[in-house]
Design a protein around this ligand. Structure first.
Ligand SMILES: [Zn+2]
Length: 419
């Protein structure tokens, strides 16, 4: 598979024979139904190629007349919204992923508008509303964005933390499957998803092959911006760098421009949630993405002006590496209480409907078991109230446990430390 790029932004695609014939077959059926006319086999073949293969690709890829290869239009996408809250974090705050994503997205757009002349900033949402994934990508495609930035927050075991940025995945990687499932899962909440996401199956690595071919040309630039973002997070905001990763994500596969999905950090980790929930934390993360944008734009604009820029090209393999190193986080010296409500050998999604309506469920892992907890409190008294709530909800065996940082300690030890 090769894709060559010319400076004016037009692309020539060489479709591998195998995929080409597969696509042809797929479109052949459609064309038969649509046209219903008799043509001699060779002519029909030409028609099929044009209507089935060439036309859709032209429609997708041809940039607007004014496109000069410069970065003039950026679409900023705050993840989730409305009845889709995203992840709920530790449950200690009323703010959820959708709120942190929106606040940070608006700040990023503000910094770009105020500091860089001539860049059009477009948001997919500016308030707490539900948007389907295809609407987000449609906005970016319609506006001919030069860069698409989707902003999210991660969830995971309470010990997981750090920031990571995703670019379009060419192949499914197991390590990133959880993020892929979670950030795509809204598709299944949407009405008529089969109709709107025809051909996109988040669980199938080959379903979006056609888009992958088109998008391949944008991957290098996506990686360039993603790398700048991660360097800023790490160098200037002292976040743990989980790296640039690839995943099969709808909003990245269906935007026909360089596009990234930023996971600012884990709201399920207490220290990271404490940071991301504050205006200061959001300002720091937004300004990091802003500086990365400014550097990216300077570089891309210079390239389109024909200025030779000395910047060693990193290969995908060099950039995309899952960061396995662990960075020790200082343990907080204040204990906390929570209510253990259930144990399971499989990981359930942390949504109220999975926990008899309880909002604010988190989990920790012990051995092979996932242990689900409800709420998090600095006093035993508050934890008692939560325990009673959990029991009333039907978790009759709910009981209080205590933590010091990520370490489980006895309730009496926690009480002693509090004195
Ligand atoms: Zn998300």
């Amino acid at each position: 598979m090769r894709a060559s790029t010319r400076r004016n932004g037009n692309f020539t695609f060489v479709i591998p024979e195998k995929i080409g014939s597969k696509l042809l077959k797929k479109h052949a059926n459609v064309s038969k139904q649509v046209h219903g006319i008799y043509t001699r086999p060779t002519k029909r073949w030409i028609l099929l190629v044009f209507f089935g293969l060439i036309l859709p690709n032209i429609a997708m890829i041809v940039p607007r007349q004014t496109d000069n290869g410069k970065i003039d239009v950026v679409v900023i996408d705050a993840g989730h919204g409305g009845h889709d809250p995203g992840n709920l974090g530790t449950g200690r705050y009323s703010k959820k992923e959708k709120d942190v994503a929106l606040a940070t997205a608006l700040l990023l757009g503000k910094y770009i508008s105020e500091n860089i002349e001539g860049v059009k900033v477009i948001y997919t949402r500016t308030d707490d509303r539900f948007l389907e994934l295809y609407e987000r990508t449609a906005i970016a495609n319609r506006e001919h964005a030069d860069l698409f930035i989707s902003i999210h927050c991660n969830s995971g075991p309470r010990s997981a933390y750090g920031a990571e940025t995703f670019v379009m995945g060419l192949a499914r990687e197991d390590a990133n499957l959880e993020v892929s499932k979670r950030e795509n899962s809204v598709i299944f909440l949407e009405d008529n998803y089969e109709q709107n996401y025809e051909g996109f199956d988040p669980n199938s690595p080959v379903s979006n092959m056609a888009n992958t071919i088109a998008q391949r040309a944008y991957l290098d630039q996506s990686i360039e911006y993603a790398t700048l973002v991660q360097n800023q997070f790490k160098g200037r905001v002292q976040r743990r760098d989980r790296g640039v990763k690839q995943s099969v994500l709808y909003v990245l596969d269906y935007t026909f421009m360089p596009s990234v999905l930023v996971e600012l950090g884990f709201l399920t980790n207490r220290s990271e949630e404490d940071f991301l929930i504050t205006t200061n934390g959001q300002e720091l993360m937004a300004s990091a993405m802003f500086r990365a944008f400014r550097d990216y734009k300077n570089h891309r604009d210079a390239v389109s002006d024909g200025i030779k820029v000395d910047q060693p090209q990193q290969t995908i393999e060099e950039v995309i590496a899952v960061d396995q190193s662990t960075i020790e986080e200082p343990e907080p010296s204040v204990p906390s209480f929570t209510v253990q409500i259930a144990v399971s050998s499989s990981l359930k999604e942390l949504v109220p409907q999975n926990f008899r309506g309880l909002d604010g469920v988190s989990y920790y892992k012990e051995g092979r078991l996932y242990k689900y907890t409800y709420g998090e409190y600095s006093s035993l008294k508050d934890a008692e109230v939560a325990k009673n709530e959990a029991r009333e909800a039907g978790f009759e065996d709910a009981y209080i446990i205590a933590f010091l940082g990520e370490e489980k300690i006895s309730v009496s030890e926690a009480e002693r430390l509090l004195q």
